[in-house]
Design a binder for this molecule. Sequence first.
Ligand code: THU
Length: 125
Amino acid sequence: MKSNELYEKAKKVSENAYAPYSNYKVGAALRTKNGKIFTGCNVENSSYGLTNCAERNAIFKAISEGESEFEEMIIYVKSGNIPTPCGACRQVISEFSDDMKISMFSGSKGIESSIRELLPLKFKA
Ligand code: THU
């Protein structure tokens, strides 16, 4: 189930998370349809609402580099609750993909889903 390279990258980038407030360090690794990988971690702020999630940071990096066709994302935390993406991240993911596979890991314990399943009846103007 786990694509090893993507898993290792999500794990590695979680170490870069700036999460002094929650201590919940998240890493996300995103593979494009043409095989490129983009990573992101959560970046918190003392004004809590300005925090950016790992998933959105990975997606925004990819879009900034001209890549918008995504195949798969792995989200990783070392321990604790499985990092199912927040509602804002689900909406952002669904902007670019209806069929992206999403795997979520707490350590080596993982579950797999899709954006269709995570965000049914998504908003689309
Ligand atoms: N967080 C993510 O990076 N991704 C999610 O999908 C949910 C939450 C971050 C935001 C915050 O830095 C910390 O996890 C605790 O909410």
